[in-house]
Design a protein around this ligand. Structure first.
Ligand SMILES: Cc1cc2nc3c(=O)[nH]c(=O)nc-3n(C[C@H](O)[C@H](O)[C@H](O)COP(=O)(O)O)c2cc1C
Length: 339
C-alpha cells in the first residue's frame, strides 16, 4: 500500500521550486496530516541536503522531495533562436539594472548528485517531474526505502511512469500552476484537465493516482476522490500561506485586480507553464522551447523584477484556481481542503 493510504489527509502540498516549497511550507503540510514536499529543482546538492535536515527538524511526519529529470538540448538546432531571444530581452535587463543570464547548455540541475543524495538520506517520498528517471534509479531509491512518485501529463506518460516502477503516478492537468511536467519539452502539452486524465488512466494503471491542477476548493477535492483519485496535489492554494516562500511581488501579482487572465506560456523559461498574464507573457509568447536555457537567460531579470516590485516582468506561476488562494496558515488550508 502506498504511504498515501496512511496519511490523515490525502493532500499533497505540491513541490514548488524557486524557493516557494521551503522546509517551513513542507513541514506545515505534513504536520496538518497531508504530505509536504520540498522542491529540489534549481537548488544545489548542498542546499537540498540542508533542506532535508531542516524539514526533519521541523516535523516527524512523512514528507517528500521533488527532482527535475534533465533532458539534453539540441544545442545546434536551438542556439540561433536562443541568441536572438537573448538579444531581444537585453533592453529589458538594462531597464531593470541587470544583465541577461548566461546559458548553460549542459545543465542537468545536478541530477547525479541529487539521485545519490536521495538514496543516502532516504526521504519517505521522492517525486520527479519533466520526465522519467531510468528504472535503475527508481530501483535504487526504492531499495533505500523511498516511495517513488512520477509525474505524467498524458496517458502515454502515465503508462510509461507505471511501467518504470512508480509507486504512485501524479496526473497533472492543464489547470496546474507552474511548469507542465510534459516529458518532451518541445511538444505542445496535452490540453486535458486532471479529471479527464484520471478517467482515462484509472482503468489502465494499477498504481494509486494523485491528481494535480486547479484543486483549490473542498469541492474540487471531493470530485477528485469521487472519480477515483488516491490523493490530490495542491500548489496554488498554498502560495499565499505565510509559510510559503513566494516573494512579496509574486503575492501582490496574485492579488492584483489588474491581472485577471491566466495563460500557458514558454515566455519565462522555454517550458510551458501556467501563469498569470502580464507584460512579459504578452511580449515574449514566442520564446524558444529551450528549457532550462531560456530560464537561465531570464533569471536575473525575474530576480530584479521581484526585488523592484515589477508585476509586469516577474513570472507569476498560477493554477486556474488562483483567485481562490487564501492568506492563511498552510495547515488550515490543507485541513479545509480535505473537508
Ligand atoms: C510556483 C510553482 C512551482 C512549481 N514547481 C514545481 C516543481 O518544482 N516540481 C513539480 O513537480 N511541480 C511543480 N509545480 C507544479 C505542482 O507540482 C502542481 O502540479 C501544481 O501546483 C498543481 O496545480 P495548482 O497549482 O493549480 O494546484 C509548481 C507549481 C507552482 C505553482
Amino acid at each position: 500500500m502506498s504511504l498515501l493510504g496512511s496519511l490523515v489527509l490525502p493532500v499533497v502540498g505540491a513541490p514548488m521550486a524557486g524557493g516557494v516549497s521551503n522546509p517551513l511550507l513542507a513541514a506545515a503540510a505534513s504536520d496538518a496530516g497531508g504530505l509536504g514536499m520540498l522542491a529540489a529543482g534549481y537548488r544545489t546538492p548542498e542546499q537540498v541536503a540542508a533542506d532535508l535536515v531542516h524539514v526533519r527538524d521541523l516535523t516527524d511526519r512523512p514528507f517528500g522531495i521533488n527532482l527535475f529529470v534533465p533532458r539534453p538540448l539540441d544545442r545546434a538546432a536551438l542556439e540561433p533562436a536562443v541568441e536572438d531571444f537573448a538579444g531581444r530581452i537585453a533592453g529589458e535587463a538594462a531597464a531593470l539594472g541587470t544583465e541577461v543570464g548566461r546559458p548553460s547548455w549542459y545543465d542537468t540541475d545536478h541530477w547525479d548528485a541529487k539521485v545519490h543524495l536521495v538514496e543516502t538520506l532516504a526521504p519517505p517520498v521522492v517525486s520527479c517531474t519533466f520526465g522519467i528517471p531510468g528504472a535503475a534509479v527508481v530501483d535504487r531509491w526504492k531499495a533505500a526505502g523511498c516511495e517513488v512518485h512520477l509525474t505524467a501529463t498524458s496517458v502515454p506518460e502515465a503508462l510509461a511512469a507505471a511501467e518504470t516502477g512508480a509507486d504512485v503516478v501524479v496526473l497533472q492537468g492543464m489547470e496546474a500552476g507552474g511548469h507542465r511536467g510534459t516529458h518532451d519539452p518541445s511538444a505542445a502539452p496535452e490540453p486535458v484537465d486532471h479529471l479527464g486524465l484520471l478517467e482515462t488512466v484509472l482503468p489502465q494503471v494499477g498504481v494509486p493516482l494523485v491528481v494535480a491542477g486547479g484543486v483549490t476548493t473542498p469541492g474540487d477535492v471531493r470530485r477528485a476522490f469521487g472519480a477515483g483519485a488516491a490523493g490530490v496535489q495542491v500548489g496554488t492554494a498554498l502560495l499565499l500561506a505565510p509559510e510559503s516562500g513566494a516573494s512579496r511581488t509574486y503575492r501582490a501579482a496574485l492579488r492584483s485586480p489588474r491581472h485577471t487572465e491566466r495563460v500557458l506560456t514558454r515566455a519565462f523559461s522555454g517550458r510551458v507553464a501556467g501563469a498569470v498574464a502580464n507584460g512579459w507573457t504578452r511580449e515574449y509568447a514566442d520564446a524558444p522551447a529551450a528549457f532550462p536555457v531560456v530560464d537561465q537567460l531570464t533569471k536575473p531579470l525575474r530576480k530584479a523584477a521581484a526585488e523592484q516590485g515589477d508585476l509586469e516582468r516577474i513570472h507569476v506561476w498560477a493554477g486556474s484556481g488562483w483567485r481562490a488562494a487564501q492568506e492563511r496558515p498552510a495547515g488550515e488550508i490543507v485541513r479545509e481542503l480535505a473537508g
